[in-house]
Write a new protein. Structure first.
Lengths: 292, 329, 504
């Protein structure tokens, strides 16, 4: 028995070790980015990356924070779109995924095909742009940033697979108790699928958070710039400034590589913290009791 | 296989009752279908509006598209726009590289994600796990441009970390960016590094849904970890693996442009193993910016994926068990 | 994009021509007190161009509107789109037929030829002579011909440096240290550079900060360096060939000799052996890691500009012959949208911005006394207003004079620059016109071949241009790949078009 325990402990310890090493492989580059973002541009070119800045400098952040209100506002836009967009998207997608997972749903196969077909074929940018700007007329609104990710076919099909694996007994039982299909979905299917929902929510949130092309197409109002887009703009303007800087305009010091690193820090930091929190909150329900 | 969940739901009486077929369930067949349809409707409307109403744009691939003349007013040119995708050895190599690298990424990615999910599952009770998971997700946030800098910092000939290491143990340095033979492996590692954390989540959430009692009984039967994985975990998440493989097949001709362009620093000497369709198309059309040819390229990628999925789906349907459907449609 | 930036390289930091006369400077006082509400009934021209947001753009726009209202009966809206997104956004604006009046267009951003091909722009060959007579007369007919595509002139050309005299730049501190200043000043070819490179190499090997002689062996890609006018798809015309025979660049003797030269340099260790490193050229230059930029555009005021940008004093020497080509003349254009309701007014705007220094400099530098002030009015030299440290701190400094109009009307911003405009104008005047100046290739019949050639030229051409492959072997592979991609069909088609163009 004791040797069993010992073996068990060793097994767990080695798993922790392997995962920790993998985790560090992911974490260390980020620490290097953090350090690089606080390094002087020239020093970075000369001596490369290190965990401690070889020559401390905040010029990359000064460059980005030239107008701090813009950054704060961009965070707000990004957080709002990500949170609200993800909630709506996950709800819509799970309803479709659930319906498609019902074995007795007569439209199951044709609708699956209808949905799947669009995963591959699309009309390209111009029809999409015209639809958004001339028919839906959502340009320069917050909806323009949320609408495009409401349905991602890939996620719908993953959700369908999860829902299909739910025990039919529970659902039949609820029917016997007289519950309607929508109530069954809300009170039984969704809670049971929490890990799946959390996963898809995370994927969707990442899409929203990292997206800047939607803003490029549909947002001209700087008040509505999401974070990633604002950072991209700052970066590209800095580059253009450097390339155009003429005589009498001393812009030779515009940091480009360190700015890019600082942008990565600003975009990743809050999202990573959020994920720490989010993960604990969402997966708890299901796994309580599953582990003793 | 008996699936049940550790929930606070009533387990005995009503469950047993549910196993029997009740006549009134059939009577409600129509109403249930209606509810399901209504539930599906918001997403269906979105798909119809965003995907089907814009689908006419596909026609651009077959025309000499002039914006002011409209999609259907432009001159029809048949398959002319597709020629550059097959005209030279370089073009054909791009298609083969894409397929080869994607097969490698799909196989490597699936195995790595399953393995990682299983590791995380084994230590899920630990408080440390959520920190591990957060760490593993971080690379997803780093843009390929920045990843490109890091790979370069590792591989640079003069002062790259790997070559400094090689020199310190007395080995000759390797000119990585002149040596295409290493790059399938390098790109696989980079793509695993970037995507493993997030793709393992799908499988992990599938594993979390497994009844722990199954493990208990497996352990009592003396199953070791590998046997537990093989006989308990894998069958349970097989539907997820199959659907993921099917959906990956759909994208067999698509490649992540940033990975292949930024991480290789677009070095021409590496093209023999790293030039994929997306980078080939970019290089071909950067000069002329021909919209019709771009549409043709996209259509080519889609139609091949579509045909492959239809074929694989048919195969899956032939071998799946009736009570455990795995196919897409 | 990189292509765009390099093209943009030679268009910066400009001053003005002494020939600025014509318009009195008193208009300026009137510019300052603008009240836009009076002009609400007048048509408003929307001008879209790439640029970073400027805090004071509204003030400048109001002042410009007032000035315009009196002269052409219209006002203006300045709509700057950020640099990184300009290409995509203007593309969508055009594709969806959104209404605007003027936009910046060029072969390297908001592609001029595609815009013409897609019928996004208004033909100007009839409007310019009647509505913008001074502007039309300010450039020779041959110059205007360069902008002609498919029978029409679809963009207003910005007067600026039209020639591209490429040559090496070298850090003066190192040039002095090795004591080869005279040799550098007397360079006539890239071969002459070899002894200099060898001497610098010895110096570099003893210096801690310097890592290489140069960072990027670029001259092969610039066909002007070897006496050619480059056309599409690696095709060239010899600048002295009046018959304008189209040649395949990699098949020429010059290409082979240049490849061999670069191979020698590479093997001598003048550039990093790891070609992947070459992408960091600018960062490494700023960090002072190398001494020579082998091939950049050498132009009046260029040394001061380079020093301001990268922080090192330099000397430069032009090697390529100053050549007037279609590509160099059309590098910066302003086009009028086919969705514009007032194309005639837009043409009159072009007249104003290209001939009126007061208007032009307000657009470029903002308001006198607010954003800039005279340092020396006789020399047309300005400085940041109210003691601001740099123009970047004044609240309005798009710093893209070359984008808006005739840069010879631009006020100088640095004492070392004074007089650069007459010199540039002189350079333009004395430049030899290419035998195919004014010819524009219509790619439509050979789009597939062009796409295939674009895809293979990087793969087989770049290694020759960096010297990493053996010349015989590399050249054979490049030429074979080009033949497979159908370069002969493109050559024959281009020759046919040139012959037709010449006989017309």
């Amino acid at each position: 028995m004791d040797t069993d325990r010992l073996m068990n402990w060793i097994g767990r310890f080695s798993i922790h070790l392997v995962v920790l090493i993998l985790g560090l492989c992911c974490l260390i580059p980020l620490l290097l980015i953090l350090s690089a973002s606080f390094t002087d541009e020239i020093a970075l070119t000369r001596s490369g990356y290190s965990l401690i800045p070889s020559q401390f400098s905040t010029s990359a952040y000064e460059m980005i924070f030239r107008s701090p209100q813009a950054i704060v506002r961009a965070y707000a836009v990004s957080i709002f779109t990500t949170v609200v967009g993800t909630i709506i998207a996950v709800f819509i997608m799970s309803m479709l995924g659930y319906a498609l997972s019902r074995p007795t749903f007569v439209l199951r196969k044709p609708l699956s095909l209808f949905v799947f077909f669009t995963m591959l074929f699309n009309g390209g940018l111009v029809p999409y742009y015209i639809l958004m700007t001339q028919y839906l007329r959502v340009q320069d609104t917050i909806f323009a940033l949320m609408l495009p990710y409401f349905v991602v076919v890939y996620y719908v099909l993953i959700l369908r697979t999860y829902f299909a694996a739910l025990p039919g007994e529970l659902i039949d039982a609820a029917r016997v108790d007289g519950a309607g299909e929508f109530r069954i979905f809300l009170t039984i299917a969704l809670p049971l699928a929490k890990p799946a929902l959390a996963t898809i929510a995370l994927f969707t949130a990442l899409n929203y958070w990292n997206d800047w092309t939607t803003a490029l197409y549909f947002i001209r109002d700087p008040q509505l710039y999401p974070l990633q887009y604002l950072l991209y703009i700052i970066q590209s303007n800095a580059q253009a400034m450097q390339l155009q800087s003429g005589v009498g305009v001393n812009l030779g010091e515009v940091p480009t590589q360190t700015t890019r690193m600082a942008m990565a820090v600003l975009a990743t930091g809050p999202a990573a913290l959020f994920f720490l929190f989010f993960q604990r909150y969402l997966v708890r329900g299901v796994t309580l009791g599953a582990f003793k | 296989m008996d699936i049940s969940f550790n929930q606070s739901l009533p387990k005995t009486g009503s469950l047993r009752a549910g196993r029997e077929r009740f006549a009134f369930l059939k009577r409600d067949h129509f109403r249930r279908n209606l509810t399901w349809f209504l539930m599906a409707l918001p997403a269906l409307v979105w798909i119809f509006v965003f995907k089907y109403l814009t689908l006419f744009g596909v026609w651009i691939a077959f025309t000499n598209y002039k914006v002011r003349r409209g999609v259907f007013g432009s001159e029809f040119v048949g398959l002319d726009n597709f020629r550059f995708l097959f005209a030279t050895d370089t073009a054909l190599r791009a298609t083969f590289n894409t397929i080869g690298l994607n097969l490698l990424f799909i196989a490597g990615g699936t195995i790595a994600a399953l393995f990682l999910a299983w590791l995380l599952y084994e230590i899920y009770a630990s408080k440390l796990t959520k920190y591990y998971q957060t760490m593993l997700l971080l690379p997803r946030f780093i843009s390929w441009v920045v990843v490109g800098y890091f790979v370069y910092a590792l591989l640079a000939t003069d002062n790259g970390l790997i070559n400094m290491f090689l020199r310190s143990i007395g080995l000759p340095p390797i000119q990585w960016y002149n040596s295409p033979q290493y790059w399938s492996g390098i790109l696989l590692l980079v793509s695993l590094w970037s995507g493993m954390g997030i793709s393992s989540l799908i499988y992990l959430s599938g594993m979390l849904a497994i009844d722990v009692q199954l493990f208990e009984s497996a352990r009592i039967d003396g199953a070791n970890k590998w046997q537990q994985f093989k006989y308990v975990v894998f069958p349970m998440i097989l539907p997820l693996v199959v659907i993921n493989l099917l959906l990956s097949t759909a994208y067999i001709l698509n490649a992540d442009f940033g990975l292949f362009f930024q991480v290789t620093r677009n070095q021409p000497l590496l093209y023999p193993t790293t030039d994929v369709l997306d980078t080939y198309i970019y290089r071909s059309l950067i000069v002329t910016q021909n919209v019709s040819m771009a549409a043709a390229a996209q259509f080519y990628q889609s139609i091949v994926g579509f045909v492959l999925v239809i074929v694989f789906n048919w195969i899956v349907r032939r071998i799946e068990r009736a009570d455990e459907p795995l196919s897409l449609f | 994009m990189a292509k765009g930036f390099s093209r943009r390289d030679f268009l910066k930091g400009m001053g003005i021509a002494a020939a600025a006369g014509g318009v009195s400077l008193t208009g300026l006082t009137r510019l300052a007190k603008a009240s836009p509400s009076r002009f609400q009934d007048l048509p408003r021209l929307v001008y879209i161009y790439p640029g970073a947001p400027q805090p004071d753009v509204q003030r400048v726009q109001d002042a410009l509107s007032e000035y315009m209202a009196e002269r052409i009966g219209a006002t203006i809206e300045l709509r700057a789109l950020d640099w990184g997104v300009y290409n995509d956004q203007i593309g969508l604006i055009n594709a969806s037929a959104e209404v605007y009046d003027l936009a910046f267009t060029a072969p390297w951003i908001n592609n001029y030829y595609n815009n013409v091909n897609q019928e996004y722009l208004v033909p100007l060959q009839d409007l310019l002579p009647s509505l913008a007579p001074s502007y039309w007369a300010s450039m020779t007919p041959a110059t205007w011909e360069a902008a002609r595509v498919a029978g029409g002139i679809y963009g207003g050309i910005n007067q600026q440096i039209f020639v591209k005299p490429f040559g090496p730049y070298i850090r003066t501190d190192i040039l002095e240290a090795v004591g080869l200043g005279d040799e550098f000043a007397n360079l006539t070819s890239y071969e002459d550079l070899e002894p200099l490179m060898a001497a610098i190499k010895e110096y570099v090997d003893q210096d801690d900060t310097l890592t290489h002689v140069t960072y990027n062996l670029s001259p092969l890609n610039v066909a002007e360096n070897w006496g050619f006018d480059p056309q599409d798809a690696l095709l060239v015309v010899r600048s002295t060939d009046e018959n304008a025979q189209v040649l395949i660049y990699p098949q020429t003797d010059e290409f082979r000799q240049a490849s061999e030269l670069i191979r020698r340099w590479y093997q001598a260790g003048y550039a990093p052996q790891d070609v992947a490193q070459w992408g960091e050229m600018d960062a490494a230059w700023t960090a002072g890691q190398y001494a020579v930029r082998v091939s950049d555009i050498v132009k009046p005021g260029g040394n001061a500009e380079t020093e301001a940008r990268w922080g090192w004093a330099v000397a430069s020497k032009a090697i390529a012959e100053p050549l007037l080509t279609t590509g160099s003349v059309t590098a910066t254009l302003n086009g009028i949208s086919s969705t514009s309701a007032n194309p005639e007014l837009a043409v009159r705007y072009l007249e104003l911005v290209n001939t009126d220094p007061v208007f032009f400099n307000t657009l470029c530098k903002g308001l006198e006394g607010v954003h800039w002030e005279w340092a020396d009015q006789d020399q047309l030299l300005v400085r940041p207003a109210n003691g601001a440290a740099s123009f970047g701190d004044t609240g309005y400094n798009p710093n893209t004079d070359w984008m808006f109009g005739n840069v010879f009307n631009s006020y100088y911003t640095d004492p070392t620059q004074v007089g650069a405009w007459p010199q540039t104008a002189e350079l333009n005047r004395n430049a030899r016109p290419s035998p195919v100046l004014g010819f524009t290739f219509d790619r439509t019949p050979v789009e597939t071949e062009i796409a295939s050639i674009s895809a293979v030229r990087t793969e087989f051409g770049d290694p020759l241009g960096s010297g990493v492959v053996d010349v015989d072997e590399g050249l054979a592979r490049l030429n074979q790949a080009l033949l497979d991609a159908g370069i002969e069909r493109v050559r024959d088609e281009m020759q046919r078009q040139i012959d037709a163009w010449k006989s017309a």
